[in-house]
Design a binder for this molecule. Structure first.
Ligand code: IVH
Length: 659
């Protein structure tokens, strides 16, 4: 057979297998066999100068590819060693000092983006190739896919060297990811598990037409190979170079010596929940390139950088049981008992499923594999049931008709199940009691889960006021296993000390539905005495500017039904009237806090504001008076600017608070 005949045959063969693979979804040969055919065809065409636009080798790009071409990075794409806390970071800094011979090394701190590493080479300032990380040495050429990200410039206008590999991370923004999954689901496809997964799946998608419709994004942060004429001497100069050349750079990059790094990392961590992309840590890098060179790399990780990892906040686990718990207001809430997982530093074994609508929405079954997520301090949630791994062992959830605590018939109220047996239901009494004695309510020390259970199960506490009549059970309490005489004496002392509560703490302790700490303080400030609050009508309550109709109705109903025995409480307690603190200069100002601070934790700030008569609020509205602005403020700043809210920076904070 002549070479030209072989070319003809090969073209037909490649066409045939293209069709079998892409159109019929029924390949007959392996990828390797296909590659061998394709490469032989390319070779023969080149050898013979037989180039034909109808040949399958000329059509790449317009049609889906079969596989990506491989490419070796000029410099390997390394991974990073991890540190998890300050101590480990300081050890890293010690090693850096030892190797460079300099102390007080300057570092950069950047978010660690949870996406897909990419290396883009520019030759004489023109984009040449985009390559995935692959095994670190060799990746796949995904130039066409990367070029769908319009932000990436195809030419560098500012001082481009002859050759430069630029490293970055490709990812999806969270709302784009959600939209993408919705579109995929609507067309009957399988949704991606995470934004990272979606980015990887999209980057390695062989059909550029599909990739084009998916809004990938990118941040650049590093250099690979470079020609000698490249002039940046440090990460900070390099970041500037990227910015001047319109290569997208993250806006949370900070610089400083070792002692400032823990705070800088904390600022990144604190901003995490406000970001619209996922990060899983911060990367700390030696700023100076000459020092980076000196430090070099061991095995696959550099000695000049570490990943300061944040606790993982999302894991798959198994549902062992779905049970129902009765809260202090009688709402019966489904929750999943899961195979315990460590998330964001906490061991999670129970996850609330909120209400019956959520149970239906998730369509969760016992034995299901579920994704549990815990973002920052937020309570854990089940975000997804992995139905693909069901194996037939799953069991339906039994929704109860009767209260699991007292057996009362349950009512349905919208998406909620409710037991309306009040304090006669042990679970509700227990829930109320725990809240009543807690730190921000009556603040009684020495009452924990165990003794509370005893007090209720033994019938010593049937309503709130019984707590103040416990003396008559002194002997019984002192003989309880696990509670020494001393601890019971201390408990009596603590109960005694709580008998003159402040008005706001007392209101908070009553557990009126939807009246928490903040509303309790507002009520105290407004009504000044408990008697006035008790007699308040719906209209009186609606005079307040921070109370809505539902809460006002809850308050009126509560005092009418008196489920916790307020009258009896008033007989044993001496509830103080509201007193304005001497230095309450923030009187009634609504103040929102955002970002992180060098000198204060957010909780400390909230406490100070309250002590000074201010009202710390969670979100910005037209009623907000001030926004206290820390580092890495997130979306609240923008909103505050829209509403024209006054800003207080950390510099001016002490003056503002008068401390
Ligand atoms: S620097 C040799 N900076 O994390 C230095 N990497 O675990 C390594 N990553 O492969 C890269 N954000 O894909 C660097 N700000 C950042 C990063 C970052 C995410 C990824 C990158 C790398 C992996 C290492």
């Amino acid at each position: 057979m002549s070479v030209n005949d072989e070319i003809k045959n090969l073209r037909l063969l490649v066409e045939k297998h293209n069709k079998l693979y892409h159109q019929d979804d029924a390949p007959e040969i392996s990828d390797e066999e296909y590659d061998a055919l394709y490469q032989r065809l390319q070779l023969l065409e080149k050898h013979k100068g037989n180039i034909d636009t109808t040949s399958p080798t000329a059509k790449v790009g317009s049609k889906p590819k079969r596989a990506f071409e491989k490419h070796s990075h000029l410099k390997p794409m390394l991974s990073l060693n991890n540190v998890f806390n300050e101590e480990e970071f300081l050890k890293f800094d010690e090693r850096v000092t030892k190797w460079t011979g300099h102390s007080l090394t300057e570092y950069s701190v950047e978010p660690k983006f949870d996406g897909l590493g990419i290396s883009i080479s520019y030759e004489d300032g023109v984009l040449n190739k985009a390559v995935t990380r692959g095994d670190g040495q060799t990746g796949e050429v995904v130039t066409e896919n990367v070029l769908t990200i319009k932000k990436i410039p195809t030419t560098l206008k500012h001082n481009p060297p002859k050759l430069l590999e630029i490293r970055g991370e490709i990812f999806f923004r969270l709302n784009d990811f959600q939209k993408l999954n919705q579109t995929i689901k609507n067309s009957g496809g399988k949704a991606f598990v995470s934004p990272r997964n979606a980015a990887a799946g999209t980057m390695r998608n062989l059909d550029p037409k599909i990739v084009k419709d998916r809004p990938l994004d990118v941040f650049f942060y590093g250099i690979g190979g470079q020609s000698e004429d490249f002039s940046c001497k440090s990460q900070s100069e390099f970041i500037e170079f990227l910015q001047k050349n319109n290569l997208p750079v993250n806006d949370k990059i900070q610089f400083g010596v070792a002692s400032s790094i823990p705070n800088a990392v904390k600022a990144v961590l604190d901003s995490r929940d406000d970001l619209d992309y996922e990060i899983d840590g911060a990367v700390v890098k030696v700023n100076d390139f000459a020092n980076q060179e000196k430090l070099g790399a061991v095995s696959k990780a550099p000695r000049w950088a570490v990943a300061w990892k944040f606790p993982s906040s999302e894991k798959y686990t198994k549902v062992n049981e779905v049970l129902f718990s009765v809260g202090r207001t009688g709402v019966v809430t489904p929750f999943a008992q899961i195979e315990p997982v460590l998330l964001a530093g906490a061991n999670i074994s129970n996850v609330s499923l909120h209400n019956m609508d959520e149970l239906d929405r998730l369509d969760i079954k016992i034995n299901d594999t579920v994704l549990v997520k815990r973002a920052g301090d937020v309570i854990p949630q089940i975000t997804k049931v992995n139905v693909d791994v069901r194996d037939g062992s799953e069991k339906n959830v039994n929704v109860p008709n009767h209260c699991p605590s007292c057996g009362n018939v349950l009512k349905t109220e919208g998406p909620f199940l409710r037991c309306d047996n009040g304090m006669k239901c042990p679970a509700q009494l227990f829930g109320f009691f725990e809240h009543f004695v807690s730190r921000k309510a009556m603040n009684i020390e020495g009452l924990g889960y165990k003794i509370n259970k005893h007090l209720i199960n033994l019938g010593y506490v049937k309503e709130a006021a019984d707590l103040f009549k416990l003396r008559k059970y002194e002997a019984e309490l002192k003989s309880l296993e696990g509670f020494g005489e001393k601890s019971i004496d201390n408990l009596f002392e603590s109960i005694e000390a709580s008998k003159a509560p402040s008005l706001e703490m007392f209101i908070n302790s009553l557990g009126i539905p939807e009246v928490g700490e903040t509303t309790a303080s507002a009520l105290a400030r407004f009504f000044k005495t408990f008697d006035k609050l008790k007699k308040a009508t719906y209209e009186d309550l609606m005079q307040m500017d921070n109370i809505g109709g539902v809460v006002a109705q809850n308050i009126v109903d509560f005092f009418m039904r008196d489920p916790v025995g307020v009258k009896a409480l008033q007989e044993v307690l001496e509830i103080k009237n509201y007193e304005v603190a001497a230095d309450a200069h923030l009187d009634n100002l609504k103040i929102v806090i955002t970002g992180s601070f060098q000198e204060f934790s957010r909780d400390e700030l909230k406490q100070i504001i309250k002590n000074k008569g201010g009202v710390p609020s969670a979100s910005i509205s037209s009623k907000t008076d001030y926004l206290i602005l820390g580092e890495n403020p997130g979306s609240k700043l923008k909103k505050a600017q829209e509403f024209g809210v006054k800003l207080i920076t950390e510099e001016k904070l002490k003056d503002f608070l008068k401390i």
